[in-house]
Design a protein around this ligand. Structure first.
Ligand SMILES: Cc1cc2nc3c(=O)[nH]c(=O)nc-3n(C[C@H](O)[C@H](O)[C@H](O)COP(=O)(O)OP(=O)(O)OC[C@H]3O[C@@H](n4cnc5c(N)ncnc54)[C@H](O)[C@@H]3O)c2cc1C
Length: 378
């Protein structure tokens, strides 16, 4: 078992918090990863799988269990059954942005708007990563994973993973346990072979972010370059010189509320409809059909509202910090809670609680954290 001397998690997470685990294993091959997990699971002690540490807030005390670092690497290119598409099977520990760079250099489209998202490929399905209207779910075919309950390795199609807005069956949301305790070993994506020619961009959100007119044609490389520049301006690309990037990206999720609750919010608060579930099919047995089809029940779609807007309009401005705290809201992005240097997880959590409290008292809703919280409470 490739045990290593445990490193404090503050050195391995982008929010830079977390004590030292009892045991640490570095898994550089899939066999090592599978063996390590089966070994850890047989002991029944707490465990944590760590990728790039960019979606974690870890408590300051020692982690009384084993941290397994996923360091597997590699991209395998495979034909797709769909003409004009290519499949990439990628090891879980591969850096996500290195995969995007590879896809773009090969003229493959589908993940270029997600350039610059930190972390590993194996963690990408865990919260169905997304940016500028592109989400992993749009290109994910399947993952190879190992389940804690059985210790078996199997293939799960994208449809089996419960992917939703920054969530999946594997995600450990604050206050709940994942529906499926499993570790992803490989991820297979299907990307469109578009080459390096310029094409019009379909997504309005991406066009708006990049200042493109409808019908304006650009290459995938152009999109990557401009997404990276836009993200840098918001402190959303890791940069050791920029304390605004000592974060977990967005600390709070945009809130999904009922249409009637959304009407109680100020009209200026940005909002987007969330597609309602499809109406269940109405089956009328032929013998009972008298020619009358009842009208469809109208289902009012839920509404996603901007957490950033709610925070700023609850009186918490960019750059805000509590007295004597080393945690602050990013000076560039209202959703990013940042570590300005040696802040503890307790200081980060204190600021997050303060923001939640302000938003709740102004607007009546509790923002939910997006990162996974380990040994720390809000
Ligand atoms: C500056 C910045 C910008 C960001 N921007 C975005 C963005 O635009 N969009 C977005 O969606 N996210 C964004 N994020 C969040 C983060 O980058 C993503 O969630 C990323 O996928 C996390 O990957 P990771 O390897 O760092 O995961 P980690 O933080 O190491 O782990 C996160 C969770 O996934 C689990 N996990 C890790 N690897 C595996 C695996 N192989 N199998 C099963 N579970 C696993 C961990 O146990 C943990 O529960 C941003 C973060 C930062 C710091």
């Amino acid at each position: 078992m490739p045990d290593v001397t445990p490193i404090p998690l503050a050195q391995l997470t982008t929010l830079r918090t977390g004590g030292t685990p009892e045991r640490m294993i570095d898994a550089s091959t899939t066999d090592e990863l599978v063996d390590a997990l089966r070994d850890v699971w047989s002991g029944g002690d707490p465990w944590l799988v760590l990728g790039g540490g960019s979606n974690l807030l870890v408590g300051d005390g020692p982690f009384e269990g084993t941290v397994v670092r996923v360091l597997t690497q590699g991209i395998e290119r495979m034909p797709s059954p769909r003409p004009g598409f290519t499949r990439l099977k990628v090891q879980a520990g591969h850096e996500w942005d290195a995969l995007v760079a590879y896809a773009v250099s090969e003229g493959l489209a589908g993940i270029e708007a997600m350039s610059g998202i930190p972390g590993t490929v194996g963690a990408a399905p865990v919260q169905n990563i997304g940016a500028y209207g592109q989400e992993l779910i749009q290109t994910l075919v399947e993952v190879e994973l190992i389940d804690e309950s059985t210790g078996d390795v199997s293939i799960a199609s994208a449809a089996d993973l419960g992917l939703g807005f920054r969530t999946s069956a594997l995600k450990h949301h604050y206050g709940s346990v994942p529906a499926r305790r499993a570790v992803i070993l490989t991820v297979t994506l299907e990307l469109a072979e578009v080459g390096h020619t310029e094409r019009p961009i379909a997504g309005e959100q991406l066009r708006t972010a990049l200042g493109l007119q409808p019908g304006e044609a650009v290459s995938v490389a152009w999109i990557r370059e401009h997404v990276l520049a836009t993200r840098r301006g918001k402190g959303m690309v890791l940069d050791a010189q920029d304390a605004d990037t000592n974060s977990a990206g967005s600390f709070f999720q945009n809130a999904i509320v009922s249409a009637s609750f959304a009407r109680t919010l100020p009209p200026e608060c940005p909002r987007w409809p969330v597609s309602p579930d499809l109406d269940p099919v109405l089956v009328i047995p032929l013998a009972a059909f008298d020619g009358y089809v009842p009208p469809r029940e109208s289902v009012e779609s839920d509404v996603k509202v901007s957490a950033g807007w709610l925070i700023e309009h609850s009186g918490v401005r960019k750059g805000f910090k509590l007295p004597r705290s080393r945690a602050a809201l990013s000076s560039k992005h209202a959703l990013a809670v940042t570590n300005r240097g040696h802040a503890t997880a307790a200081e980060i959590a204190e600021l997050a609680r303060f923001i939640q409290g302000r938003v709740q008292s102004e607007f009546g809703l509790i923002l939910q954290p997006e990162p996974v919280l380990v040994n720390v409470e809000l």
